[in-house]
Design a binder for this molecule. Structure first.
Ligand code: TMP
Length: 207
């Protein structure tokens, strides 16, 4: 039985996910919520190995289907080893990316068939969906500048601008289709303002 809450953080490259996930963690811990913080792809030793395969630049071309299946393979391991046990134990799970990223990157960016993603989602997740998703949204050029300043670009970050425009559009479509669950936060404003909106969103969620 699921007793804890499942919160995910989403957004394109360079929108400030890392800074804000630490902020959310600190906020929840200050409210004495038992918390597991994790990420996708990854979150278990095996899923982190899959993450390594997905993010490294490969000499061999990774097909879109291979990429999609590896995402869900890592997710299956993560759900069964980490997410479900934590939620069943009454802990909250705070996850840096989840299946909305698959709709955005593989569905939007790679233009893969949404029905295939939905089908894999059902197989791998059953009824499991996040209770709350915070989507940090910013114009692509701003996010890309931030990502480039961080140093070496991974396999996804090396994609072209139009790929990230498609990713952003697909994220916003997901938010439109799931307005109860996904809260869009304008990340193109001062960090203090972003974090104020995050607090307000969490307060409403915790009521
Ligand atoms: P991150 O550490 O920046 O979140 O890196 C993870 C990368 O993996 C990011 O570029 C988005 C990508 N990704 C997908 O393409 N599909 C997915 O389902 C997930 C979880 C991540």
């Amino acid at each position: 039985m699921i007793k804890g809450k499942f919160i995910t953080l989403e957004g394109g490259e360079g929108v400030g996910k890392s800074t804000n996930i630490d902020f959310i963690r600190a906020y929840l811990e200050a409210h004495h919520i038992p918390l597991v913080m994790t990420r996708e792809p990854g979150g278990t030793p095996l899923a982190e190995k899959i993450r390594g395969l997905l993010l490294a630049s490969q000499t061999e071309n990774i097909s879109e289907q291979t990429e999609l299946l590896l995402m869900f393979a890592a997710r299956s391991q993560h759900i069964n080893q980490v997410i479900l046990p934590a939620l069943s134990a009454g802990k909250w799970v705070l996850c840096d990316r989840f299946t909305d990223a698959t709709y955005a990157y593989q569905g939007g960016g790679r233009r893969m068939d949404i029905k295939t993603i939905e089908w894999l989602e059902r197989i791998v997740q059953g009824n499991l969906k996040p209770d709350l998703t915070l989507l940090l949204d910013a114009p692509v050029n701003i996010g890309m500048q931030r990502a480039e300043q961080r140093g070496t670009l991974d396999r996804f970050e090396q994609e072209k601008l139009h790929f990230f425009e498609d990713v952003r559009r697909a994220y916003l479509l997901q938010a439109n289709l799931n307005p109860e669950r996904i809260k869009v936060i304008n990340a193109n404003q001062s960090l203090a303002n972003v974090q104020q909106v995050i607090i307000e969103t969490l307060q409403r969620f915790m009521l």
